[in-house]
Design a protein around this ligand. Structure first.
Ligand code: FMN
Ligand code: EPS
Length: 361
């Protein structure tokens, strides 16, 4: 398995670079005969596409995938589904001064050393957040296949720059409210909180800076017992995949790190019977016990760091002259990655959940 491949029972392979002719995905191993609503796939990808508003990079891309194989009249054939997304709006000249002067916080320095300076820094190359467009293509297919089984995956901005959104009920989330988030330009549950977050992003951008935050993802309709022991756990497989999203610095499930400071009596979720089903009265375990789904909603959060490429001058080193220097980054960068990464979190979660479901097939 290469570093661009995800999945065990079916695979998602991502290819391309931010300023190459194209990026894309090959999704291999999906069952045949599944009808895919491609308009819905395009709409999903549109939620992530860059260049649409003030809290995004100004690089504008249509992100319209061209499906080369694997579907006939929108129905899976059992052969790999390959989709290509063209890079139309590149401005590679913006990267001239970072070819040998690495940007603090970006992948440039270790990539320069590892690949002998042959790595592509333009637009982040193959380390770019742009690589999440093909992930969204693959995730959109998986979301449709999950929905067939009564499983839905949602995400919202939990916080940006320390400003919190409303929190969904972890036992019985308001699905209509979560579905509505996907229709919003700024994906929060509370529009008032969203407005405050937008102001914080605008202020950081004005100051030549950036902000980070947390995305919360909720999946409902999962059966009990997905996942397995030790390294085969639901948390293991989700975390490995979620850390593949550039700028993700943390993953937590349920009460996460906060729960680790509590007593067991407080953190344990008591079991009860409700209409013949075993449920828990609260959901601090986030829907996973012993690496297996418990049947309660899956609740996870990812921490997304502030965008590394900022306009403020920063200290760096010229790797040819081996001299310290001041770096001014040009180009069009997201002042905050979090809003556009919300559908990416849904996509990656959906890919892993479908893969886990296929464990038992
Ligand atoms: C959707 C998305 C958009 C991003 N946009 C930018 C950007 O405009 N500028 C930038 O420097 N980094 C951006 N990033 C983050 C970098 O790609 C990432 O920080 C870098 O590859 C280093 O990896 P690391 O932060 O995981 O260590 C973006 C990430 C994502 C997921
Ligand atoms: C293009 C996208 O985001 C890019 C992610 C990115 C990075 O370093 O990750 C750097 C910027 O690239 P460029 O300098 O070419 O504008 C972003 O615009 C996208 O998400 O589709």
């Amino acid at each position: 398995m290469t570093s661009f491949e995800l999945g065990q029972n079916f695979t998602v392979q991502v290819f391309g670079q931010s300023h190459a002719d194209a990026i894309g995905a090959v999704v291999d191993g999906l069952p045949a005969g599944k009808r895919i609503d491609l308009d819905e796939v395009f709409r999903f990808m549109g939620r992530r596409a860059p260049g649409k508003n003030a809290f995004s990079t100004a690089r504008r891309e249509a992100d319209q995938p061209e499906v080369l194989s694997g579907l006939i009249d929108g129905v899976t054939t059992g052969a790999p589904v390959c989709a290509v997304i063209r890079n139309e709006n590149v401005r590679s000249g913006d990267y001239a001064n970072v070819l040998t002067v690495p940007r603090p916080g970006h992948a440039d320095f270790p990539a320069y050393v590892k690949y002998g300076g042959w790595n592509d820094v333009r637009g982040g190359g193959a380390f770019s957040g742009r690589m999440t467009a093909p992930l969204c293509f693959a995730g959109a297919l998986c979301l449709q296949l999950l929905r067939e089984r009564g499983i839905e995956v949602f995400a919202h901005i939990r916080s940006i720059a320390g400003i919190d959104d409303a929190v969904p009920d972890p036992c019985c989330p308001d699905l209509e409210a979560l579905r509505a988030v996907a229709q919003k330009e700024f994906p929060t549950l509370s529009d008032a909180a969203g407005q405050r977050m937008r102001s914080a992003i605008a202020q950081a951008r004005e100051e030549g800076d950036s902000v980070g935050g947390v995305i919360e993802c909720v999946a409902v309709g999962l059966p009990v017992g997905l996942g397995s022991h030790m390294f085969g756990g639901v948390e293991n497989r989700l975390s490995a995949a979620l850390f593949g999203i550039p700028a993700v610095k943390g993953v937590e499930f349920g009460s996460g790190f906060a729960g680790c400071g509590r007593r067991g009596s407080e953190n344990n979720d008591p079991f009860r019977l409700r209409e013949g089903r075993v449920v828990t009265t609260k959901n601090d375990h986030g829907g996973v016990l012993g690496g297996m789904t418990s049947g309660m909603p899956l609740v996870l959060r990812i921490g997304v760091k502030p965008t590394p490429s900022i306009a403020k001058p920063q200290q760096s080193v010229d790797l040819i002259a081996m001299e310290e220097t001041e770096l001014s980054i040009r180009g069009r960068h997201d002042p905050c990655i979090v809003p556009r990464a919300v559908p990416v979190a849904e996509a990656v979660t959906a890919i892993v959940l479908l893969d886990l479901l296929y464990d038992n097939n």
